[in-house]
Design a protein around this ligand. Structure first.
Ligand code: NAD
Length: 467
């Protein structure tokens, strides 16, 4: 069986994308491949739909978004299966992601009636502010959490009265295309949500440069994010960037070591390490390093790596042959491999969960986002050194602090240059709380109440009231 990439390359280049199933390397589906022309057409549809959608009364817009949430919920299981097969993620993770998608649409369905403005005391009249939609927004998403990340953008964008062109990653476009279908079924007016599935260099770039697109919300690599920020400057577009990470999981000697070590592997190997929030730098206080590694090894050994559709699978394959090649380069001969789990052989882009120890924070594996199941364990001595190492990175997306000392937990949390932190936990994302990065992990926040700010402009109106 020849290996194929989801690229619409040679022969089929102009017309289709072959979407692969990473666990089998087989073609899962062929879909029409959009380009710049289809992107322009989608923008035109969104432009046509904007005046009508922004004028929809808040209660009705809210009801439509609730209907969309209900429609997604009713198709949750087939959507989860499709996502699990296309992204290679364990079915139970895909189910949890679909629940989050439904929750996200429900959360923002409540927003249209809550888009509050201010009244500001001024001389000579009344001053008030309004939150106006931006217009057409372009949403560009990655392949690791395809529908989940799309929902974080689509839901607040629509709730605020914008119309949308969504460009999913070419490796995993299937659930975004399903969303477009489900939205139509749920009664979303034509042209309000448009999906273009095609290459970033064509569809994505066109969205970023298109003069009718008011804003681009992007999730992906820091490298592409930088290019998008540059290109968006041409039309002074609003930009939200959710980019890469190299997050630190800081484990102090006074922590509940069993809990910290039990949780650490999933925080790196979840989604096969292809997670912007992966706690891929595990900083462990040197006095407890040996015990921590023993405990971590037990958990890694027990990890079921295999068929994404099996109920017991904890980790699936990587997304592509390219990704496996990239990840492998960090574990070449001479790498300090301390723990190595199991992975299937044969077809599929498999890579075993791997723990490197000891690693210096100056090593390449600790500095670059590997985006695969490779954890770097970095010993430290004392709180000051832990904070210094954790902050010594270009990224600042998420991270964890494990300690029983409450004052230290808060002191360290305040000292870390990181957008989404958890104490004695490795969770990063909730629909109702803000998510986003410091430093080169991005610009702006998604989710929670703050996301709506990123999809609206503040308008100030002064009304003269003569005495
Ligand atoms: P990527 O940057 O390669 O691609 C992301 C999206 O951008 C895709 O849809 C792609 O087609 C598009 N794109 C590529 N080139 C473009 C261009 N020139 N103009 C416009 N669009 C373009 O990222 P990826 O490989 O799909 O995803 C992995 C990266 O995403 C990792 O770095 C990861 O950390 C990051 N990520 C960040 C978050 C977050 O919330 N911070 C979440 C998930 C993933």
């Amino acid at each position: 069986m020849p290996r194929r990439q989801a690229s619409g390359r040679a022969g089929a280049a102009a017309t289709v994308i072959e979407v692969l199933e990473p666990a089998t390397e087989e073609v899962l589906r062929e879909i029409p491949r959009a380009g710049a022309r289809e992107t322009d057409e989608a923008v035109a549809r969104a432009r046509g739909a904007f005046p009508g959608w922004r004028a929809v009364e808040p209660e009705e817009r809210s009801a439509t978004l609730h209907a969309l949430a209900d429609a997604i919920e009713s198709e949750r299981e087939p959507l989860a299966t499709l996502e699990a097969r296309n992204a290679g993620k364990p079915i139970n993770d895909a189910r949890a992601e679909m629940e989050m998608v439904v929750d996200c649409f429900r959360y923002y369905a409540a927003a249209p009636q809550r888009m509050l403005g201010d009244t500001i005391p001024v001389a000579g009249g009344i001053d008030m502010t309004f939150r106006e939609p931006l217009g057409i927004v372009g949403l560009i998403t990655p392949w690791n959490f395809p529908l989940t990340i799309a929902s974080w953008k689509v839901a607040p964008a629509l709730a605020a009265g914008n119309t949308v062109v969504l460009k999913p990653a070419e490796l995993t476009p299937l659930t975004a295309l399903e969303l477009e279908r489900v939205a139509r079924k749920a009664g979303l007016p034509d042209g309000v949500l448009n999906v273009v599935a095609g290459p970033g260099s064509e569809c994505g770039q066109r969205l970023v440069e298109h003069p009718d697109v008011a804003k681009v919300a992007f999730t992906g690599s820091t490298e592409v994010g930088r290019r998008i920020a540059e290109a968006a400057a041409g039309t002074i577009k609003r930009v939200t960037l959710e980019l890469g990470g190299k997050s630190a999981n800081v484990v102090f000697a006074d922590a509940d070591l069993e809990a910290a070590a039990r949780d650490a592997p999933a925080a790196v190997f979840g989604n096969a390490g292809q997670d912007c929030c992966a706690r891929s730098r595990v900083l462990v206080e040197r006095t407890v390093l040996d015990r921590f590694m023993e405990l971590m090894e037990e958990t890694v050994d027990a990890m079921a790596v295999g068929d994404p559709l099996s109920e017991v699978t904890a980790m699936g394959p990587l997304i592509s042959a390219n990704q496996r090649e990239t990840v492998s380069a960090y574990v070449e001969d001479g790498a300090p491999v301390a723990i190595r789990g199991r992975a299937p052989t044969g077809p599929g882009f498999w890579f075993p969960p791997t723990v490197l120890c000891p690693v210096s924070n100056d090593d390449r594996a600790a500095r670059e986002e590997i985006f695969g199941p490779v954890a770097c364990v970095i010993p430290f001595e004392g709180e000051e050194e832990a904070v210094r190492i954790a902050n010594d990175t270009i990224y600042g997306l998420s991270g964890s602090i494990w300690t029983r000392d409450g004052a230290r937990a808060l002191r360290v949390a305040r000292a870390l240059d990181t957008g989404a932190l958890s104490i004695n936990s490795n969770t990063s994302v909730r629909v109702s709380t803000p998510f986003g990065g410091f430093k080169q992990s991005g610009v702006g926040r998604e989710l929670g109440p703050h996301a709506l700010d990123a999809y609206t402009e503040v308008k100030n109106v002064f009304y003269s009231v003569p005495r």
